[in-house]
Design a protein around this ligand. Structure first.
Ligand SMILES: *Cc1c(COP(=O)(O)O)cnc(C)c1O
Length: 496
């Protein structure tokens, strides 16, 4: 197999092994790691169609993580994609109307972040061993709700790691808070800060940048690391389900070998959809990747005009995981569309940091023609959720609704007959209230468990264990701290 190394999109680092790139997370120059080349699938898709999700995962990931042994990689995969998932297919495809819905919400926290965060901790501990890292890895995360829980669940009781999550007190939903404060695992810590999400994020960044503190941690036997979505160890596992979707459709006779299909992806940080693009570059026949945004439609404007401009009002929507104005993973597509020109990429990113905007060249736009931008308003999102429920009895969450609305508008306008997969990123039970209101209109219920029960009555899909368990779960984390006191809080957790 061809050895793949990693380089920064901004040119400051190259020749980095896969395991080092996973440990580092972000390059020293602030750039993102990219593989030296995109490997091609070395088995025909027809053959992959006969494999389990775990076997497919190995066939994809082995091509990128070339300094992992077969045994190491298979072990990581088997421990990640096991009975934690409440569906043995891991990422099942459901035929709904004219499209297929790929459900990525069958893991621990009933949202798609589980697809990568179930395996990242395993990859990290192998990477640490490989690089003779003798210190314990400490994952620090600031969360506005979803990522924190998925990271906690992924790292809980993984040997050689600790995880500390900060969330804004009063700034996450009741269910999200319950999910975090009931997290099991001796290596987990959850701390509520007196401040908002930005304060939590800024505090975490400060700790990462504090060289003195890094020394103190090292003396205590710890090394900080990050699990955020720019880590290549999160991107690579996400390629798997795009290959899986194609193989499934081929295996069931829904498409011919070589037939091109579309994917529609509810997008925030641009990590999920970028993995779909990698799958295409590896040889999966993909026609168009529809990048679906909510009212924060920076990416829609970017794909239609060539100008990225974050200077606009931030809108709070019912698809909060897509309320983002700076999509960090877009930098990787920018890099590819410059023809891997690190200097040009760094220049654009500098403009973004200084002015909040940049414009790409016509040639770069041409190279991005596999993407199409679309967006849905709150009204369109609710409308499509209601429509799918009434017409097909299928209940989708508010993020998936954005993608479904974008596809519906495109389909009605063009009559596009291309077989299409709508990527579903969360269970409707993660956003029960908004989903129920989309279907039935405003309601009086305020108790989250009563709302979930109501949704079960409607959809006939049982409330997932991830939600019912919360009712009786023991509260294990009660620590709080001031926003200026986060470093000390970390020290208390680690006992240094
Ligand atoms: C994180 C998230 C997204 C956005 O995914 P990106 O990879 O950041 O584009 C969409 N939907 C849900 C439910 C999410 O949690």
């Amino acid at each position: 197999m061809k050895n793949i190394t990693y380089q920064s999109t901004r040119g400051g680092e190259s020749g980095v092994s896969a395991s080092q790139a996973i440990l580092k997370g972000i390059a020293a120059d602030g750039g993102l790691f990219m593989p030296s080349e995109i490997p091609q699938l070395d088995r025909p898709l027809r053959e992959l169609a006969g494999m389990t999700y775990q076997e497919q995962a190995y066939e994809v990931m082995k091509l990128f993580l070339t300094d992992f042994t077969e045994e190491e990689l298979r072990d990581c995969i088997d421990k990640a994609y096991d009975s934690k998932f409440d569906n043995p297919e891991i990422a099942p495809l459901v035929h709904v109307g004219v499209a297929y819905v790929m459900e990525l919400f069958h893991g621990n926290t009933i949202a798609f972040k589980d697809m990568a965060l179930s395996i990242l901790p395993r990859l990290m501990t192998v990477a640490a061993k490989k690089n003779h890292e003798d210190k314990e890895i400490v994952i620090l995360t600031a969360t506005s709700g979803d990522t924190g829980k998925a990271a906690l669940a992924g790292f809980a009781d993984v040997p050689g790691t600790r995880i500390i999550v900060f969330y804004p007190k009063g700034g996450v939903s009741h269910i999200q808070e319950l999910q975090m404060v009931t997290q099991k695992g001796d290596n987990t810590a959850v701390i509520a800060i007196h401040g908002n999400f930005d304060d939590a994020q800024t505090g975490v960044k400060k700790i990462f940048a504090d060289k003195e503190y890094e020394k103190k941690l090292a003396e205590g036997g710890f090394r900080l690391s990050s699990a955020n979505s720019i880590n290549i160890g999160r991107l690579i596992p996400q390629i798997v389900y795009y290959v899986h979707a194609y193989a499934e459709l081929l295996g069931s006779g829904s498409i011919e070998d070589g037939e091109e299909i579309n994917f529609v992806v509810p997008t925030g940080n641009f990590g999920n959809i970028l993995a779909g693009y990698f799958a295409k570059l590896m040889g999966v026949p993909v026609k168009t990747l529809f990048c679906a945004s909510n009212d924060n439609k920076v990416l829609y404007d970017f794909f239609t005009t060539g100008t990225y401009d974050k200077n606009r009002d931030f809108v709070l929507t019912m698809s909060p995981s897509m309320d983002i104005l700076v999509s960090s993973n877009l930098e990787r597509l920018i890099y590819l569309s410059t023809g891997c020109d690190a200097r040009a990429t760094a220049g654009l990113m500098l403009q973004l940091a200084r002015t909040g905007r940049y414009t790409v060249t016509k040639e770069m736009q041409m190279r991005m023609k596999d993407f199409a931008g679309g967006y849905a308003t709150e009204e369109q999102d609710a409308e499509v959720i209601r429509y799918q429920y009434r017409k097909r009895g299928y209940v989708m969450d508010t993020h998936t609704g954005v993608a479904a609305a974008v596809w519906k508008a495109h389909w009605e306008e063009t009559g596009d007959q291309t077989k299409t997969v709508i990527v579903s990123t969360a269970s409707p039970y993660k956003f029960s209230k908004s989903v129920l209101e989309a279907i039935q209109g405003p309601m009086m219920l305020t108790d989250d468990f009563a709302i979930a029960q109501e949704l079960e009555n409607l959809s006939h899909v049982p409330v997932p264990k991830a939600v019912t368990d919360l009712k009786t779960a023991e509260i294990r984390h009660t620590a709080e701290c001031d926003k200026s006191d986060m470093e000390a809080a970390v020290s208390r957790v680690l006992g240094i």
